[in-house]
Ligand binder design. Structure first.
Ligand code: SF4
Ligand code: SF4
Length: 213
């Protein structure tokens, strides 16, 4: 018996009686780490409105170009989100996705999070493009995602109530007030009404040789 066989048997005997590191999937499943990033979920507010306001920030942040969005304007008759727009189409291509979580970090309303769903096998590639209907929480469900457990909450002075004038928002706090129904100065027409300033501006334009302005 060579020395290698003895060494191998020693390892075997050393591990006899130890708890196995494998699990009998699918009957048994591992407990996932809190920060595990699986398939995306789109969230709702408790008043059933969708959190997503179709701002495209997640798509812009995505390094894999895995998110496709088509936004549509909300109307009083058909209000889907508290913002000016909502995502009419929201697709995530999980064949491109690298589960980095940048989309989650970029979202100003907490609309998209990566959850613990990892059973993502499919026979056809098109089945791994998840559409809004598959990603969105059903009506009656309004969760904020598992990241709330480990995400450091923003300092209280950074949290802003979402301003709105149509009484459709539930009063939750958002980190970017500009996303919602903002009665913010930026929503007002930016006009120079001070005649003195207007006068100065015209002089400047003439000075630059723009006589036609
Ligand atoms: S997890 Fe990363 S790669 Fe996947 S959709 Fe989000 S930003 Fe894109
Ligand atoms: S960043 Fe958030 S709110 Fe904006 S489109 Fe993506 S999921 Fe919707």
């Amino acid at each position: 018996m060579s020395f290698d066989i003895i060494k191998g048997l020693a390892t075997t005997f050393k591990n006899i009686g130890k708890k196995p590191t494998t699990v009998s999937y699918p009957e048994e499943e591992r407990e996932l780490p809190a920060r595990f990033r699986g398939r995306h979920v789109l969230h709702r507010y408790e008043n059933e409105l969708e959190r997503c306001v179709g701002c495209f920030l997640c798509a812009g942040a995505c390094p894999a170009d895995a998110i496709y969005i088509e936004a549509e304007e909300n109307t009083e008759e058909h209000r889907v989100s508290p913002g000016e727009r909502y995502a009419k189409v929201f697709d995530v291509n999980l064949l491109r996705c690298i589960f980095c979580g940048y989309c989650e970090a970029a979202c100003p309303t907490g609309a998209i999070t990566l959850e613990h769903e990892y059973k993502l096998a499919a026979f056809y590639p098109e089945d791994l493009v998840f559409h809004k209907e598959q990603l969105l929480e059903p009506v009656g469900q309004a969760t904020v995602g598992s990241s709330a457990v480990w995400f450091e909450p923003p300092p209280s002075e950074a949290a802003q109530p979402m301003p709105q004038s149509r009484h459709v928002f539930d009063g939750s706090q958002a980190s970017a007030a500009a996303v919602g129904l903002g009665n913010l100065p930026t929503d007002e027409p930016v006009l120079v009404e001070n005649e003195e300033q207007d006068e100065d501006r015209r002089k400047f334009q003439h000075h630059e040789g723009r006589e036609d302005v």
